[in-house]
Design a binder for this molecule. Sequence first.
Ligand code: BEZ
Length: 310
Amino acid sequence: MELRHLRYFVAVAEERNFTRAAQRLHIAQPPLSRQIQQLEETLGVQLFERTARPLKLTDTGKFFYSHAVQLLAQTAELESMTRRVGNIERSLSVGFVGSTLYGMLPKIIRRFRDDHTTVELSLHEMSTMDQIRALKDGHIDVGFGRIRHEDANIRRVVLREEKMIVALPQGHPLSALKPVLSLQDLVHETLIIFPKAPRPSYADQVLAAFHDRALKPRRIYETREVQIALGLVAAGEGISIVPSSVHGLKRDDVSYKELDDPSLVSPIIMSMRKLDESQDLREMLELIYRLYEEEKIDYVPVTDEERGRS
Ligand code: BEZ
């Protein structure tokens, strides 16, 4: 029995008519009838009730049909997967912290995929510290995080320093107080921070901003992630300090205000294995700078050391 027999059989079973099945298969009817007969002889069973019009499957035919369909589907899958494996030359695993999804990450990934169709790209959400471990273990090839962590085996490139802004419930008195707020203006509020764990995280950058200015918010409320923090802000539970790209998450029930201090920023850091000089990573970095130029986004200029490597 060959795959051709299964294809012919499935066509006849589905069309319930030899003429229509032959048309669907683009062959003449007599050879199709011969192939089905041959199949029945090989199996030693009858698959169709020949006298019924339209054609009907016997119980054995029904059993054979359900398995033949599965086998043909598996064959098609095997064909397409083999083609893919044959065309994929390399893979690149990317770790990222959730908040970078509101910035340029989706655009970077889409553009990289378009330009590198033979690179299998996979995305993994993880904290900056987990990215460092995953890089060393070889589980990812590049990480995008926010924590400045020194490690002898990791190369870090600070891509940009993203401004922090304040998210307030719609109609909050601070929205109308002045055009730009200071952290001092926020100390009587409940400060909603994220992510709660693992630490250190963006939450600690926000806490440090208050601590460095000898300020203490009235109450701290820790949440898992930015979406939850914004939901709580919308509910009037408190205010939150978010990276400015979160502004793109337009919500009618939340308003955003700028902060007066330009040093209130959170970095976006690209981390790689120190000895990894792969062309894909070099091209990803170049693509990021190109996108910053296109979108007129302020970035940290590449250092001489970085330039020497790329
Ligand atoms: C950005 O928003 O600048 C960014 C986010 C993720 C990866 C790289 C850059």
